[in-house]
Design a binder for this molecule. Structure first.
Ligand SMILES: *[C@@H]1O[C@H](CO)[C@@H](O)[C@H](O)[C@H]1NC(C)=O
Ligand SMILES: *[C@@H]1O[C@H](CO)[C@@H](O)[C@H](O)[C@H]1NC(C)=O
Ligand SMILES: *[C@@H]1O[C@H](CO)[C@@H](O)[C@H](O)[C@H]1NC(C)=O
Ligand SMILES: *[C@@H]1O[C@H](CO)[C@@H](O)[C@H](O)[C@H]1NC(C)=O
Ligand SMILES: *[C@@H]1O[C@H](CO)[C@@H](O)[C@H](O)[C@H]1NC(C)=O
Length: 445
């Protein structure tokens, strides 16, 4: 665990490394290394607010990461090997020739900081959360702020072409299903990825600043905005925020596709002012991911055959319709699977009485239509779906009837939906005395 810290103060370097605030830093000299063990070895920043090193994750593997070190959660803000966690005994080394290399437990090199052939003289973990490799000519040759994973911090900027890729789930740090990207044309967008690839697929929020967006700034006061080359603010992503003196700040594209700005009180005294000692979100983008994320290919915010209602903190709340269960209860965004035998197309008219339709209000799968009929009655719509073996759901609204097919996609539910659903479910099980797994079709108004 022993490592050497040689403390110098280079006023000249300081101004270069941290252009906005002057802060002291400790030099991590060439030849030093850290090993992934259970003793929490790390290279801390001078204030102790951030640390660089190995952090153990859920499956017992380690990420080479940067985290908030003064809070109990040790929240990770950056990692080198998110898609390739390493085992106990792996190490990170700042070699004598200035390379920062991550070796796995077998000594195989799996990641290195790319300094484009230039030779750093030392590394430093700065108090703003940036880990830098620099030479004595004050050139910053590599820094973690330029290689963001899913999080940005005050003093960090995103230039054109950079992106944040959400992690897969709360505890799985590997690249997930959403991306926040400042395109090279200047448009800032939130998009789904074509998972397992990380290129963007369908976008659900845009700053509409093609031709003018230049960079995203998370400034020292904690405001996040997109600015033009001439420094005009184009889009304010997080306008009014608590001070960076009293709060830690981070903005993250979360696994659920929502970009959130969070704050965490630095002092317990702020509890009296109503701030819990945990990360509290202060802004969200988009405001309603259930409604805003609509894609022609792909299932929407909650996956196929599911529906999404907006929960606390603008979090999508994924549910399965009756007769369906989650494909993976640990990963509800994967969608739902059918739990009943499908209607037999050969004998549709007989099979029809095995099925019934349930009325649900304020729910829709707007992109799953395959049939549309006008000036019909509710009964007509009901029978048309019951007698059609392709029909999974029928929607009746103001004399119009839509037939929907499997897999249902982009399911969403409006206010009041959840309560009605629960009530109906109960009644329905009693009424049908256990035949619920055949009652696949339902009817929406
Ligand atoms: C490492 O950190 C964890 C979590 O903060 C703590 O529970 C554990 O005691 C620490 N281990 C050592 C050896 O300091
Ligand atoms: C994290 O998610 C990815 C993508 O689904 C998966 O391949 C990987 O095994 C998961 N990792 C863990 C530790 O569960
Ligand atoms: C700055 O740039 C933006 C976008 O390109 C433009 O709309 C605005 O007029 C410019 N402002 C000034 C003061 O030049
Ligand atoms: C951060 O941005 C806001 C909005 O433009 C501005 O009012 C504030 O002065 C800025 N803070 C710093 C430290 O630049
Ligand atoms: C479906 O219904 C049958 C008969 O009531 C029952 O045995 C079976 O467990 C049910 N399956 C599910 C998935 O609910």
């Amino acid at each position: 665990m022993a490592f050497r810290l040689i403390c110098f103060l280079f006023p000249l370097l300081l101004t270069q490394l941290c252009s906005t605030t002057v802060q002291s830093y400790q030099i991590i000299s060439l030849g030093l290394s850290l090993t992934a063990l259970d003793d929490n070895t790390s290279w801390p920043s001078p204030s102790g607010e951030f640390a660089f090193g190995f952090q153990k994750i859920e499956n017992g593997c380690f990420l080479l990461a940067i985290w908030f070190d003064k809070i109990p959660e040790k929240t990770i803000v950056w990692s080198a090997n998110r898609n390739n966690p390493v085992k106990r005994g792996s190490n990170v080394m700042l070699t004598e020739d200035g390379r920062l290399v991550l070796n796995d437990q077998n000594g195989k090199s799996i990641w290195r900081a790319d300094t484009a052939g230039r030779r750093p003289a030392f590394a430093a973990m700065l108090d703003n959360g940036n880990f830098v490799l620099a030479n004595y000519d004050s050139d910053n040759l590599w820094d973690s702020f330029s290689q963001p994973t899913d999080t940005i911090l005050p003093a960090q900027t995103l230039i054109q072409g950079s992106k944040l890729i959400a992690r897969y789930s709360t505890k799985n740090y590997s690249t997930g299903r959403f991306v926040f990207t400042l395109k090279s044309d200047g448009n800032l967008e939130l998009c789904t990825t074509a998972f397992p690839f990380d290129y963007d697929d369908s976008c659900y929020w845009s700053s509409k600043t093609g031709g003018s967006g230049f960079r995203v700034i998370f400034n020292q006061s904690g405001e996040i905005y997109l600015e033009a080359k001439n420094k005009t603010m184009l889009t304010n992503l997080s306008p009014i925020v608590p001070s960076t003196q009293d709060f830690y700040h981070k903005a993250i594209l979360e696994y659920d596709g929502v970009f959130r700005h969070y704050v965490y009180p630095k002092h317990p005294s702020l509890r009296d002012a109503g701030w819990p000692m945990k990360w509290s979100p202060v802004s969200f983008l988009p405001l309603n991911i259930c409604l805003q994320l609509t894609e022609n290919e792909g299932g929407g915010a909650c996956g196929f055959n599911s529906y999404c209602s907006l929960g606390d903190n603008h979090r999508p709340n994924c549910k399965c319709p009756p007769g369906y269960t989650f494909l993976d209860s640990d990963d509800v965004m994967k969608g739902c699977k059918q739990e009943f035998v499908s209607q037999n197309c050969e004998e549709a008219s007989q099979a029809a009485d095995l099925f019934h339709l349930e009325a649900k209000e304020n729910t829709d799968w707007p992109f799953s239509d395959y049939g549309h009929f006008k000036t019909v009655s509710e009964d007509w719509c009901r029978n048309a779906c019951l007698n059609d073996c392709f029909c999974a759901v029928a929607i009746f609204r103001n004399g119009e009837c839509w037939k929907k097919r499997i897999p249902l996609s982009n399911g969403r539910c409006f206010s009041g939906c959840v309560l009605l659903w629960l009530w109906e479910n109960k009644e329905d099980s009693v009424r049908n005395n256990g035949a619920r797994n055949k009652s696949a079709k339902f009817h929406l108004q």
